[in-house]
Design a protein around this ligand. Structure first.
Ligand code: 13P
Length: 276
């Protein structure tokens, strides 16, 4: 399915009108056989109105998952890509290969790639611009390390990551970008979920940086997602925050039944809560 920009004229949000994005990053789990079975379990799911769902399988399962979810509202995304279109880049996949698999989104700059595979702000920028050129929706991940958090420089790190990643991106293209704030210290079984007050503060600051980049009068509202140990216990608290437009889930969303139940658990918020 195609993805429309999310926004309203005021730039501020009425919860009942904003789209909530809920996605799961399968990371390096599920080869084609397991992925097909999980995708089948998700294929008949219809998220409540106002909620957009997505899944990011490993690239070897991308084509199968996209084909199973072809007629479903579930958006399919890759977890990474290279910025060149083709050539002698052993081990890499290009944006056009992702679209040819039937996917329409790509996760870029995940902290696991920055930490373990030498991803930098500069390479994330090249990838993001290549994704946009190929009409993919980039989901840009940014995140502070525990050290940065403890030294109180999270905001500086996140603003830098965001500004470099979005450098050279036009206003029109910005309307197609999603951003996920995933504190490195909150991700995985060794992580701890970020406190909602902290997420709220960071997202409000990120909204400001985005507005600086997009232009203060822009009607575009770039979706800002939170990720890192999101679970049934905390998903509603995050989604209820005025500057949080959704969540990027790892472990808690890998089981299709759990994922659908997490999405459903947010539905009451989307229809009932109103923020000025
Ligand atoms: P967890 O939800 O397992 O902490 O992972 C978050 C994540 O990295 C999603 O991209």
């Amino acid at each position: 399915m195609s993805i429309q920009p999310v926004g309203n004229a005021s730039g501020r949000v009425i919860m009942g009108q904003k789209n909530i994005w809920i996605g799961t990053n399968w990371k390096m789990n599920r080869g084609p056989a397991e992925a097909i079975s999980a995708a089948r379990a998700l294929s008949s799911f219809r998220p409540p109105k106002g909620i957009r769902t997505f899944v990011a399988p490993p690239c070897t399962s991308l084509r199968d998952v996209s084909s199973v979810l072809q007629d479903s509202p579930m958006i399919v995304g890759a977890q990474n890509m290279f910025w060149e279109d083709s050539g002698a880049w052993t081990g890499e996949i290009s944006a056009s290969m992702i679209t040819e698999c039937g996917a329409s989104m790509v996760v870029l700059g995940h902290s696991e790639r920055r930490q373990h595979f030498g991803e930098t702000d500069w390479t994330v920028n090249l990838k993001l611009r290549a994704a946009l050129r190929h009409s993919l929706t980039p989901l840009l991940c940014i995140g502070d390390t525990l050290n940065e958090y403890e030294f109180g420089v999270s905001q500086e790190t996140l603003a830098r990551q965001m500004k470099i990643a979005l450098h050279g991106v036009s206003q029109e293209e910005l309307a197609r970008v999603l951003i996920a704030y995933e504190p490195v210290w909150a991700i995985g079984s060794a992580g701890r979920p970020a406190e909602t007050a902290f997420v709220s503060k960071i997202h409000t600051q990120l909204r400001d940086v985005v507005e600086d980049i997009a232009g203060r009068n822009s009607a575009v509202r770039i979706p800002l997602l939170y990720g890192g140990s999101v679970s049934k216990a905390n998903i509603c608290e995050y989604v209820a925050l005025p500057d949080v437009d959704g969540v990027l889930i790892g472990r808690a969303g890998w089981d299709p039944a759990d994922f659908m139940s997490l999405v459903d658990s947010v539905s009451a918020l989307v229809s009932s809560e109103v923020h000025a």
